[in-house]
Design a protein around this ligand. Structure first.
Ligand code: SF4
Length: 425
């Protein structure tokens, strides 16, 4: 190998019942690449909807904030899903594009593959198999949440290294995530903090992060400025507790954006902890350019909150909604996330919770529950599904197995009807 390694970064296709580009970006992989000193990088992103492949396919057009559907094909269902009344699909660029890329480029020394959901491993396997066939000497590195949550399963997928293993790569550099590998990126992700002060029983964040830290202010600004210099229009924050310690972390950043009159739209797909949104923070968020507000709520039932981590109670939620609306946030830009299909549904009072959110004049987005190994709630799910098979963590599957398709569809219909009544929708 030359002293300067060549590295191919890959964002794999998704195998699932449903997938949508909700600002889905391979931040972890590009951030890791920024730490690798002196390498030649190439990128193959199966999920890049700016690829010319989409140019003659208007049905995949983005919405105002660059969200949209991925190209997909119906594929045979794995046997474990044969009772699930949904089509199973492969989302992303067709595989022949990737095979052609491998055949027409010199093999890289290393291939780094981003993983996300545990139950998307069929996509990771497709990529590993193609690389091994076409570039047999390349060393494959698998990184991301799947490898942390299911390391034993990931070890058997065919990669040479899992992220965290000792690797023959120097990671002493300190560059921002390598968004410049995309041509004219319109949307990117940022993460300025690590960890969360809460311990919700359905969440992996408290398990894989001991404590809460943030990047130094200067590093946050350096990363942000480098993103803005690329002409980016939308930034999605991937933080788990973006608003915690707001006086020290997010407020100085928001003031920097406002004072420098930087025009960019911010989004919060990972859920904001609404209890931290006081009137000053609400005004700063709106003035700095936050265009969508996804607030973690889950239930208005105190007992459900107490048993699952007490991250927010209904009066705190109502107060934060009021602060956002008083700060001139659009009502239809504010959504409450609510888990659907949680194993403690009987104390969640989901229908009452849906009506409560609607009474505040904002929307609900139902988030199908995914049982995650190592979490307390994942443990509760062992009596329903085989948790050692990552496909069974699928968020479409678990609620249907436990509650039945009719019940799940009834709640989704109710949510849809209530959301239609929200002003501006
Ligand atoms: S507040 Fe959010 S990130 Fe923190 S533990 Fe709860 S669900 Fe996870």
């Amino acid at each position: 190998m030359n002293s300067k390694p060549s590295i191919l970064l890959i964002n794999p296709p998704i195998y699932d019942f449903a997938a949508f580009d909700f600002w889905l970006q391979p931040l972890g992989m590009l951030a890791f690449a920024g730490k690798i000193a002196d390498a030649d990088f190439k990128l193959f992103d199966f999920l890049n909807r700016a690829n010319p492949f989409y140019d003659d396919k208007p049905k995949y057009k983005s919405d105002n904030w660059d969200r949209g559907s991925f190209y997909s094909e119906i594929i045979p269902k794995p046997d474990v899903f044969k009772e699930i009344p949904r089509n199973f699909r492969r989302f992303g660029l067709p595989s022949e594009f990737f095979i052609n890329f491998l055949k027409t480029n010199n093999p890289a020394d290393f291939v780094l593959i981003q993983t996300v959901m545990t139950y998307w491993y069929l996509g990771y396997k497709e990529v590993i198999d193609a690389v091994k066939t076409n570039w047999p000497k390349s060393k494959i590195i698998l990184g991301g949440p799947y490898t942390m949550i299911c390391p034993n399963h990931a070890k058997n997928l065919g990669a040479d290294f899992l992220f965290g293993d000792e690797m023959p790569l120097s990671t002493t550099a300190d560059n921002p995530p390598l968004w410049n590998l995309y041509k004219n990126p319109q949307t990117v992700a940022m993460k300025i903090t690590q960890g969360c002060p809460f311990k919700c029983t359905y969440c992996t964040v408290p398990i894989f992060n001991k404590g809460f830290t943030s990047k130094p202010y200067e590093k946050i600004i350096e990363e942000f400025d480098s993103i803005i210099s690329l002409g980016v229009k939308n930034i999605a924050f991937y933080d788990d507790a973006l608003l915690y310690k707001a006086d020290e972390i997010i407020k100085p950043f928001l003031r920097y954006v406002i004072e420098n009159k930087i025009k960019v739209s911010f989004h919060t797909p990972n859920a904001l902890n609404a209890r931290f949104i006081d009137s000053e923070l609400a005004q700063l968020l709106v003035n700095a350019g936050f265009k969508t507000f996804y607030l973690g709520f889950e239930s208005r039932a105190d007992e459900f909150q107490k048993q699952t981590g007490s991250k927010i109670f209904d009066t705190e939620f109502a107060n934060s909604v009021k602060n956002l609306i008083d700060a001139d946030a659009e009502r239809n830009s504010i959504s409450a996330y609510m888990i659907l299909g949680h194993p403690k549904t009987e104390i969640q009072n989901i229908e009452d919770s849906l009506r409560y959110v609607n009474s505040l004049g904002v929307r609900t987005m139902l988030a199908d529950f995914s049982p995650i190994p190592k979490t307390p709630d994942g443990k509760l799910c062992e009596k329903f599904v085989d948790m050692s098979e990552p496909l069974m963590h699928n968020k479409t599957v678990f609620p249907i197995i436990v509650y039945g398709d009719d019940q799940i569809n009834r709640i989704k219909d109710m949510c849809r009807i209530l959301n239609q009544k929200v002003k501006g929708t």
